[in-house]
Design a protein around this ligand. Structure first.
Ligand code: AMO
Length: 443
């Protein structure tokens, strides 16, 4: 009988560890990423979980001989002697002189797109159509390693601030954000909706845990094909109770972003280097009220027709303005118009035309919406009625208010949007592993 002990025999040897094995023959498992045959010797690049390891084949190193079976994308167990050498700039590196290659599997065909060069060069649709393969390219996979770092930073930071991680249902009785962009679903003869956000549930959990967060997919039936909208995206949400004002939410987000950027610089340095990521320096984030930001846009830009919200050009302009004025890649815009914010948003008691809400712009695009919520039952029922909603349909949501809730607020941060702007992409699909948009549900 084979005993399963839970011990994992790792196939991954980080490159840095080779320095402890100079002169020894080591075994590394990986995929043959690239073969460069130089007639009397060859470079064989092995792709492991996070690295490319250069191995050198020469008939002088051992009795092992390369054969036609050894092709790119074959998986192999390579035994090689670690020899210290130097790169052209004089820094130290380790050369793996191949003693043997044991093939573990062989591909049935060559990849449809060249993935073994530095960059995958093809049209966005071809890149996405072949995602399972194009993601193997080191630069492509680095994007989503960075994305892992962002989520991990968000999670670690919030846990350190006593938040509880939750998972709210994605099949719901109503859309949380209002509007028409909800996906309807036939649920055993009843109409239900895919979650637009965890809003109603994260609020319900404030009287339970005070501080909660969730990182999960949400669904928006966006009918238009834009470079920044997806139909399914990952929302990083938090909600916190006993706040003194919505500034507490902005402070928590600023702290989380600082932590995330630092984590990327340290623990994701190889990917940051590979993708030449321009990590923003955050000390503090400036804020501007919506009406003042609008006035700036009206002064500087032509043809502004919508006075209740921003067009993408206005956000782009405000991004540049924040950079020039405050040397900041981020800008909080606060006090959005009441008419433009969802029913759960608290109006400013000093000016009920506006709300205690904010958006965060990063390099000129909205990545976050948030604010203080209504916690008083009568006030919430009143606002729902004003918004044309039937409070009776929201009975379970209103339990939160009816049975006592602290002043609270929170935010939602779009993971793909943040990744997109951090990496300088023009289209959010580059920052989405398997995008879902109006034209795409595969792969
Ligand atoms: P909102 O609807 O503004 O707010 O969404 C919050 C953030 O989610 C991202 N986002 C999107 N990303 C990709 N594709 C989309 N279609 C898309 N729609 C939104 C953006 C946006 O800033 N419940 C509130 C948050 C809160 O107040 O807690 C909400 O969902 O980055």
């Amino acid at each position: 009988m084979q005993e399963i002990t839970g011990e994992i025999n790792s196939s991954y040897t980080p490159y840095g560890e080779f320095k402890n094995h100079i002169g020894e023959v080591v075994t590394v498992k990986g995929t043959i990423h690239n073969i460069r045959d130089m007639s009397d010797f060859a470079f064989i690049i092995l792709r492991t979980a996070r690295e490319l390891i250069q191995c050198v084949y020469s008939p002088e190193f051992s009795d092992f001989r390369l054969s036609e079976d050894i092709v790119e994308q074959a998986c192999a167990k390579v035994s090689a002697k670690v020899v210290q050498s130097q790169t052209r700039d004089g820094s130290e590196r380790y050369e793996l002189q191949i003693h043997n290659i044991e093939l573990l599997s062989k591909p049935a065909d060559i990849p449809p797109v060249v993935i073994s060069k530095k960059q995958v060069v093809c049209d966005l649709n071809v890149l996405l159509d072949n995602r399972p393969v194009t993601l193997r390219n080191p630069k492509e996979r680095a994007i989503f390693k960075i994305q892992e770092g962002i989520q991990r930073g968000f999670r670690d930071y919030l846990i350190s601030k006593n938040f509880t991680e939750i998972h709210s249902p994605k099949i719901n009785f109503a859309g949380a954000e209002g509007g028409t962009n909800v996906f309807k679903l036939d649920y055993f003869g009843k109409t239900v909706y895919l979650a637009q956000s965890p809003q109603l549930y994260k609020q319900a959990l404030v009287p339970v845990y005070e501080r909660v967060f969730e990182i999960a997919p949400v669904f928006r039936a966006e009918h238009h094909d834009t470079s920044r909208h997806l139909n399914e995206y990952i929302s990083m949400d938090f909600e916190m109770g006993f706040i003194d004002g919505f500034e507490d939410i902005m402070n928590m987000e600023t702290g989380a972003l600082k932590y995330i950027m630092n984590l990327l610089k340290t623990e994701y340095a190889p990917e940051v280097e590979l993708l030449k990521v321009d990590i923003p320096e955050i000390t503090s984030i400036p804020t501007i009220k919506f009406k003042d930001a609008k006035a700036l846009c009206v002064k500087k830009l032509k043809n502004i027709t919508d006075m209740k919200d921003f067009e993408p050009e206005e956000e782009a302009f405000l991004g540049k303005w924040a950079k020039q004025q405050y040397n900041s890649d981020f800008l909080f815009v606060t006090h959005y118009l009441s008419k433009k914010r969802p029913f759960y948003t608290m109006d400013d008691p000093e000016d009920p035309e506006v709300t205690l809400s904010f958006d965060l712009l990063f390099r000129g695009i909205e990545i976050t919406s948030g604010g203080q919520r209504i916690h008083d039952y009568n006030q919430q029922v009143e606002k729902m009625k004003k918004s044309g909603m039937n409070p009776e349909e929201f009975e379970t949501y209103l339990m939160l208010h009816k049975y006592g809730a602290p002043p609270h607020g929170g935010l939602g941060l779009g993971l793909e949007r943040l990744t997109m702007h951090l990496l300088g992409f023009k289209n959010v699909r580059y920052a989405t592993m398997f995008p879902r948009d109006i034209n795409r549900v595969t792969p």
